[in-house]
Each structure stands twice: as C-alpha cells, then as structure tokens.
Design a protein around this ligand. Sequence first.
Ligand code: HEM
Length: 287
Amino acid sequence: MNLIEWAQSPWGGQIPIHISWTLLWVFAAAGVLFLVAHAIYVGFFAKSGAVHSTGGAGVNVAQIPEHVARHSFGSRTFHAIMALSMLALLFTAFLPKVGVQFPWVTYHWIAGIVLTISVIYHIIHATFVLDFWSIWPDETDREDAVRRFRRALGQDAPEPRKFAKYPLENKLYHMIVMLAGLAAIGTGLFMMKRVRTPFFTRNPYVFSDMTWGWMYVLHGLAGVGFVALVTVHIYFAIRPEKFFITKSMIFGWITRENYIEHYDPLRWPPVAEDSASGSADSKKVSA
Ligand code: HEM
C-alpha cells in the first residue's frame, strides 16, 4: 500500500502531494480496535485493585472538601472551544474524503483559527496560572509504571501509589495530542497561503512544490492521527469508571469520595471548589 500520493513534477521528478486517504480508514479502524480491545480487557481480564493502592496515604478525611476543585472556568471554557473546533476540523476535512461534497475549505480554516487561538490561550494559561508540570511525567509515574508492570507479570513489587492530578496515561496522551496539534496548526497556518482568505493575497509560490508536498503530508498525518486520538478520548470520557472526570470538565469539581479513592493528597493537594469564582485548578501549592 502506498502511504503517500505522488505526482509528476514538470521537471520529471516525483513530488508528494498528500497522504493516501486510505490512511483515514486505517486510523479510524485503529481507534475502534483499541477501544474494543480495551473494553474486552477491562471486562474479562483486568484484576480489580491492580491500578493503585487502596490505602489512605495518611490523609485526614475530614480535611478534604466535599467538592474538590479540578478544572477552573477558564480551563473548562478552553476545553469546550478546543473540542468544538477540533470536531469541526475533523468533519470539514474528512466528510469530503468519504463522498460528502461541500465547500469545506473556508469552514475548515475558520475552525483552524479558532483552534489556534484557543491553544495559544491554553499555553499562556498553563504556563502562568496553572501548575505547568502537573501534565508532564515525573519520577513517581515512572516508578509506579515499573511496579504496575512487574505486578502484572506476577512478580513481587511494592503497591503503586495513588495518582497525582493526571495519571501517566493521561500525561502521555496529552504529549501525543500536543505534538499532533502543533503539527496540524503549524502546517495549517502556512497552508492558508494556498487558499483564498481575507487576511492576505493567495500565494502558492512561497515554498517549492516539494516543501508544500511534505507540509500537506504532515498536515494529513496529524489529521488522520486525530481521528484515532479523538475516538479514544471520547471512549474513555464515557466509560462508567471515568465518567466522574468527564463531569468535572463540565461542573469543575469531583466528589470527596472520588478524590479519596483515586488521588494522593501529597501529589495533588485538595482545594475546595469555589463556585463563586470558579477558581482553583491545579495551581501551584506550596508544601
Ligand atoms: C487539528 C485538526 C485538523 C485536521 C484533522 C485537518 C485536516 C485537514 C485535511 C485532511 C486537509 C486536506 C489536505 C489535503 O488535501 O492534502 C486539510 C486542509 C487544510 N487545512 Fe487542515 N486540519 C486540521 C487543522 C487545521 C488548522 C489548525 C488549520 C489552520 C490554522 C488548517 C488549515 C487547512 C487549510 C488552509 C487547508 C486547505 C489546503 C488546500 O486545500 O490547499 N487545518 N486539513
């Protein structure tokens, strides 16, 4: 199978024009396969209690607020705008590829601009207001991943600890989404030079055909990657045991019971939800 569609350049060489759209089906199938395999694994094979320790990590339950703040109003608004623009980008890009024809390009780049602005806001917000490091894997994540793996193989290993605000899987997912997102945005902004927009005169000659070709390939790869990534994300969001996290992306908080069950107060100190200001995300908390 040819993963890239090539064309003949006027000078006789081969230039890439974009990915082969068969990859759309490959990534869609990969997303669905992953969720079916995961659902079967959780339903029939996973051992309960294997995820992390069930101990209280020395926590005084009375000090944990009834509603523990998880996402501020700013974070929730960003998430909603980013998610809507992402769905708009996916539908406008891929409906024409599966036979639903409409003038998609204008809707597509408008959604692209909305995504770009929301991501710029997110980077500034996460750097200066939130706890920037809460989404990057740390030494404890690495140690616990090794412990979990050894226990899964039936070997002796200490119990993995409870989670910080984000488990390792979420941190790795965020990293992949970040890379795919930056690739799609970076290439998409340049590709706007190839189409008619009110911002500048169309000029397809700013890059060579070869450079444009690889840019379209990278944009397409990030695009089909998002088909699998978004499928998996929505699947986890609606899984019953994760639904309390999804609710926190709407209401901003999780219950004390959910907090005690899954999180380590030393790694993610609990802060009471303040519905008046909608504040208290995962801000830096001094020890
Ligand atoms: C992240 C989700 C995105 C997905 C899934 C996606 C997907 C696609 C796909 C599949 C194409 C067709 C490319 C081809 O024919 O080779 C395309 C074209 C295009 N995309 Fe995106 N894209 C995304 C983000 C963006 C962003 C953020 C922007 C702008 C800021 C953008 C701007 C464009 C433009 C201008 C074109 C048209 C190029 C042309 O027809 O010459 N895209 N996109």
